[in-house]
Design a protein around this ligand. Structure first.
Ligand code: 5GP
Ligand code: MN
Length: 374
């Protein structure tokens, strides 16, 4: 093991020097070819190291959804079979509807158990970052992740990865979900036999959630082949759907009724719908993390709607979600106007403005984007 670590230290030093030189060269020359050079080593280089036990931390984005938690726990249930010491750390709390996932009880909430999480991170030889590609998405955990000296590995499908912060990795925006990528990672590693039903359930959950139950354009033949293979391995898919979608309390349905009736505005001239949820609604209906998941999709069912925006007045910020159809790029929109990003058809953002202020800004900027919304 010490050989691996010393080799790694040497490699990390070399790669860091290389990154600095490439970065500097790019900065000085603005050279297009160099800017497109991958700064991470390929994920395949990890495979020969998999069977030598090390300490591993896995983390993901704040408020992990089914893909974030599914990929983290899918990978966890795969890696523990090699006797690695694996700890999954979430930057924040998460929705109760992922608690059924095998291993979920062992996940550490950084905000609740900071010391325990930091000890695991300090001990880690490897850090996997899943379903996010920029440390900022880990909120309060971000500075800790950035400061860690261990080997950092990215597996993600969002736009604009911060590649210079990772030693190894794969970033593929054509993938439906990070869970799809975890399946591909396991397959390519040669350890297909380690896809247990625990691994399969976690992977399936993330694929279902991030594909809108197999309806989004990101669903490829590969996705259906994965599901076929998981079924061959004994996956029971109905309990996964029920755990994700039939697992809420009455208050959430009443809340949705209220939101659709009172908080939704349609701008037919821009083929856009907006839902703005004040804090008072969250309190009145006792809304918890995860209860607002999927809400942004409702107005998408209205004929002709190309863009849906949902903003929720959270304590620390106003959190935006965007969904689109056709040729409207949510990622670019979120990045340009709302400090966010994500994918072409699904993105998120934030604002420090008040709810009325940020809503006002949205109404202005959709006017600027009128031509793309026709
Ligand atoms: P959601 O609207 O479901 O929260 O997020 C949609 C997609 O955008 C997800 O893939 C999510 O990870 C990403 N996303 C959400 N909020 C942000 C953000 O503030 N910044 C970035 N870069 N991505 C986000
Ligand atoms: Mn995802």
């Amino acid at each position: 093991m010490s050989t691996i670590i010393s080799l790694r230290t040497k490699w990390t030093t070399n790669i860091t020097a290389l990154k600095i030189i490439i970065g500097l060269w790019f900065h000085l020359t603005n050279h297009k070819l160099l800017s497109s050079l991958p700064l991470m080593r390929t994920i395949n280089d990890i495979f020969p190291l998999l069977d030598k036990p090390v300490n591993i931390a896995i983390t993901t984005h704040q408020k992990p959804d089914a893909d974030a938690m599914g990929s983290s726990l899918g990978l966890y249930n795969f890696l523990i079979q090699f006797d690695h010491d694996v700890t999954v750390i979430s930057p924040t709390n998460w929705a109760i509807w992922v608690n059924w996932m095998p291993g979920a009880k062992k996940v550490i909430d950084y905000e609740l158990q900071k010391q325990k999480a930091e000890a695991a991170l300090d001990n880690a030889n490897w850090l996997f970052c899943l379903d996010f590609n920029n440390f900022d998405r880990a909120k309060k955990l971000a500075p800790k992740l950035a400061a860690l000296k261990c080997l950092k590995i990215l597996i993600d499908h969002h736009e604009a990865p911060d590649e210079q912060n990772f030693d190894y990795g794969v970033s593929d925006t054509t993938r439906s979900s990070t869970c799809e990528m975890i399946y591909d990672f396991i397959l390519a590693s040669g350890y297909k036999d380690k896809i247990t039903t625990d691994v399969a359930e976690c992977i399936y959950a993330g694929v279902v959630a991030d594909t809108g139950s197999f309806r989004f354009p990101s669903v490829s033949a590969n996705v259906h082949r994965i599901v076929a293979d998981l079924k061959d391995k004994g996956l029971l898919h109905t309990p996964v759907h029920e755990a994700l979608y039939d697992n809420f309390l009455e208050n959430r349905l009443r809340f949705i009724g209220n939101v659709l009736l009172n908080r939704m505005e349609i701008f037919y001239e821009y083929n856009t719908a907006l839902i703005a949820i004040p804090k008072s609604d969250l309190i009145k209906y006792n809304i918890k993390t995860g209860d607002t998941e999927g809400l942004v999709n409702y107005p998408m069912s209205i004929q002709g709607i190309k863009l849906v925006a949902l903003v929720i007045d959270r304590d620390e910020e106003r959190k935006w979600s965007f969904r689109s159809k056709g040729d409207f790029d949510c990622n670019a929109f979120a990045r340009k106007y709302f400090e966010g990003g994500g994918h072409f058809y699904a993105a998120g953002g934030r604002s420090s403005d008040s709810l009325p202020e940020t809503v006002k800004k949205f109404k202005q900027v959709i006017k600027e984007n009128e031509s793309q919304l026709q």
